[in-house]
Design a protein around this ligand. Structure first.
Ligand SMILES: [Zn+2]
Length: 263
């Protein structure tokens, strides 16, 4: 029941944030867009519509919900074995889930069959808040099952699992956004949170840059595993966004994008 009630927030909070960030991008843009807004936004809206049904409502609420419910009723999972105050367990779960998401993103770049799906996200030749919606449904389904397994193994309480999903969505929207933020603010946030300037490096056309800054939420994992990079090796101003082999307008089309993993 909590999951069903949470569904409204799972859509409403990210949607509100999307509107706010999109507005801020229009007023304070950081980079000039290569392919512009309208064709890309249409395609990303179609990705959102597909994934809203496939991922958000169906798999996220049902699969993650079932995994968390099953773990708590069966007293399964690491966190259910150790008696901890709720908040301590919640913080540990948040940190470990963030590490799991980092590891999954690392694997997406490491193994070619996973990269085929994830490349759809990287094919965008611009980076703005709507790029955060551009995930192939196959990737979303896969990541939902992966996250559910982690939720069950750790025994993450349902409320914490759902709150983490919101945190992840909010971070992804924020760090894909094309907002010109003060350097000072960027430097203040970087020790803890993945900022837009930090995630920009990961979307470089240079493969070497792509193998850095895998984080979506906390920056600690990239620092710990030696994959942190302050800016592109070409410099922030000179770096290009997307995949080196796709330098035309194809990524702004939905049909081309959805077929990309199997072509
Ligand atoms: Zn990536």
């Amino acid at each position: 029941m909590i999951a069903a009630g949470f569904g409204i927030y799972a859509i409403a909070i990210p949607a509100l944030l999307l509107v706010l960030l999109a507005g801020a991008e229009i007023v304070w843009p950081r980079r000039k867009l290569v392919l512009g807004r309208s064709p890309r936004w249409r395609t990303h809206a179609l990705f959102f519509a597909t994934n809203a049904v496939v991922g958000r409502l169906l798999s996220f609420l049902v699969v993650v919900g079932v995994a968390a419910h099953w773990a708590s009723t069966h007293h399964f999972g690491v966190l259910n074995l150790v008696p901890l105050p709720f908040w301590v367990g919640a913080i540990i779960a948040f940190i470990l889930l963030d590490l799991a998401v980092w590891s999954q993103h690392f694997a997406m770049h490491r193994y070619s069959f996973l990269w085929r799906m994830h490349a759809v996200h990287h094919a965008d030749r611009d980076l703005d808040v709507t790029t955060a919606l551009r995930f192939h449904p196959f990737e979303l389904i896969m990541s939902t099952f992966f996250k559910s397994a982690i939720v069950a193994l750790l025994g993450v309480p349902l409320l914490v699992a759902l709150a983490f999903e919101l945190w992840l969505n909010a971070n992804a929207l924020f760090n894909h956004s094309n907002i010109r933020s003060p350097r000072k603010l960027d430097r203040m946030l970087r020790p803890f949170l993945v900022t837009p300037d930090m995630h920009l490096v990961h979307h470089s056309t240079l493969v070497d840059d792509q193998k850095h800054n895998f984080g979506f939420g906390l920056t600690v994992w990239d620092r710990l595993f030696g994959t942190y990079r302050t800016e592109s090796i070409l410099g922030a101003e000179n770096q290009k966004i997307g995949l080196a082999e796709i330098d035309d307008s194809r990524p702004s089309g939905f049909i081309w994008s959805i077929k990309q993993p199997i072509t």
